[in-house]
Design a protein around this ligand. Structure first.
Ligand code: ADE
Ligand code: ZN
Length: 361
C-alpha cells in the first residue's frame, strides 16, 4: 500500500525540538509496518485548519484570529492547560456532518500511515452538555468508521469515555443514553482531569457498564499516582490501562502489571507536550519494555501533540534507540490487547507476520 513519506523536515522535527537523524530504512520500516492504535480521542484529532473551516460553516466565532495563532496556544504545562483548549475546540462540532468530517479526516491520515485497526474514544458528555444530541455525535462518527472499513479496510472499535471531573450521576445518564447504540460501543473509558478524580468515584458506573456487557479501560497514572492505576484495576476492573506511566514509582505495582500482562496504552508525544516527561529522550517507554510491561504506542490527541502513530513511533525510536524487534513487539502487544473480535485479531497477527517475514532489507 502507498504510505505517506513526510518531508525531511517532517521526519526529523514533528514540531518538536529534536533533530537527530533517523536511519532511512528504519523510517520506512515504521511507515510500512501494519499498525494498530488503541488510544486516540477523536475530538483530539481536530486539526486547526478543519476547525476553522467547520467554525465558518457553522457560524461559530473562534477565540483566535487564525490557524497560526491557534497553534501557538498549544503550549501546555500540564493536562488541564490542554483540556481547556480541547473542550473549547469541541464547541465547533455541531452537526452529524461535522463529526463525520472530523472522523474521516483522522481515518484518511491513519490510512496513509498504514494503521490497520484503531480503537477511538469519544466524549459524549462534552457534546450533550452543550446541547448536541448523543445521536448526532454517535451517528457522524460511526458513519465515517463504517466508510473507512469499506474503503480502506481499517477496522475499528468505539470506546465511550466518561468525563471524570463530572459526577457519577452524569456518567450513569450517559450510560443510559448509549443504550440504543450498545451494539457499536465496545467499551467504556474514563478521561479528563485525573488529579483529584480517583477511579473509585466511578466504581458503581463501571460495575453497571460491565453488567451491560461493556469492556472497560481508564486513563490512570498519566498525572495521577500509582494508586490510581491500582484503583482502575481493582475498583473498575479495567482490561487495559490508558497511559500508566506512574506505575514506575511503585515496584510492587510494576511486578503485578508484568505478571498479569496488563496492556498499557502509552502516548509518547502526549507525555512530552503535557510535561509528564522533560523531553522525549527521557521517555520511559524503553524502560517499560525492558521491564516486561505490555506497552503499546498511541497518539492520544494527535492534532494537539505533534503527531499521529508514525510520528510517535519515529520519535521514540530515534530518541531511545529502538530497533525493529521493539517496534514489532509494540505492534504485537497492540494486536493482543485490541478489543477487535478474535478473527480480526488473528488476521492482524497474520498481516504482521507476513510483513516481518518479507522485510529483511
Ligand atoms: N481527554 C483527551 N485527551 C486526554 C488525556 N490525554 N488525558 C485525559 N483526558 C483526555
Ligand atoms: Zn488519552
Amino acid at each position: 500500500m502507498e504510505t505517506e513519506r513526510p518531508s525531511l523536515e517532517g521526519r526529523f522535527s514533528f514540531g518538536l525540538c529534536y533533530l537527530r537523524a533517523m536511519d532511512a530504512a528504519l523510517s520506512d520500516f515504521i511507515l510500512d509496518l501494519p499498525k494498530v492504535e488503541l488510544h486516540c480521542h477523536i475530538e483530539g484529532t481536530f486539526e486547526p485548519e478543519l476547525m476553522f473551516s467547520l467554525a465558518e460553516r457553522n457560524g461559530v466565532q473562534l477565540p483566535y484570529p487564525s490557524v497560526e495563532k491557534l497553534r501557538t496556544a498549544y503550549d501546555f504545562s500540564r493536562l488541564q492547560d490542554f483540556l481547556d483548549i480541547y473542550y473549547e475546540g469541541m464547541n465547533v462540532l455541531r452537526t452529524e456532518q461535522d463529526f463525520y468530517d472530523l472522523t474521516l479526516a483522522y481515518l484518511e491520515r491513519i490510512n496513509a500511515q498504514n494503521v490497520r485497526h484503531t480503537e477511538i474514544f469519544f466524549d459524549p458528555q462534552g457534546h450533550v452538555s452543550r446541547g448536541i444530541a448523543f445521536d448526532t455525535a454517535f451517528i457522524g462518527i460511526t458513519s465515517a468508521l463504517d466508510h473507512a472499513e469499506r474503503e480502506f479496510g481499517i477496522s475499528s472499535e468505539l470506546i465511550m469515555c466518561f468525563l471524570r471531573h463530572l459526577d457519577e450521576e452524569d456518567a450513569f445518564r450517559t450510560l443510559d443514553q448509549a443504550e440504543s447504540f450498545r451494539h457499536r460501543i465496545r467499551a467504556v473509558g474514563l478521561d479528563s482531569g485525573e488529579r483529584g478524580n480517583p477511579p473509585e468515584k466511578f466504581t458503581r458506573v463501571f460495575a453497571e457498564a460491565a453488567a451491560r456487557g461493556y469492556l472497560r479501560v481508564a486513563h490512570a497514572g498519566e498525572e495521577g499516582p500509582p494508586a490510581y492505576i491500582v484503583g482502575a484495576l481493582d475498583s473498575l476492573g479495567v482490561d487495559r490501562i490508558d497511559h500508566g506511566n506512574s506505575c514506575l514509582e511503585d515496584e510492587e505495582l510494576v511486578r503485578r502489571l508484568v505478571r498479569e500482562q496488563v496492556p498499557m496504552t502509552v502516548c509518547p508525544l502526549s507525555n512530552v507536550r503535557l510535561c509528564g516527561v522533560p523531553s522525549i529522550d527521557h521517555h520511559p517507554l524503553k524502560k517499560m519494555l525492558d521491564l516486561g510491561l505490555k506497552v503499546t504506542i498511541n497518539s492520544d490527541d494527535p492534532a494537539y501533540f505533534g503527531g499521529y502513530m508514525n510520528e510517535n513511533m519515529e520519535a521514540v525510536t530515534t530518541a531511545l534507540g529502538l530497533d525493529r524487534r521493539h517496534l514489532v513487539t509494540l505492534t504485537r502487544n497492540a494486536i493482543d490487547a485490541a478489543f477487535a473480535p478474535e478473527p480480526r485479531r488473528q488476521a492482524l497477527h497474520e498481516e504482521l507476520d507476513l510483513f516481518v517475514a518479507t522485510r529483511n532489507d
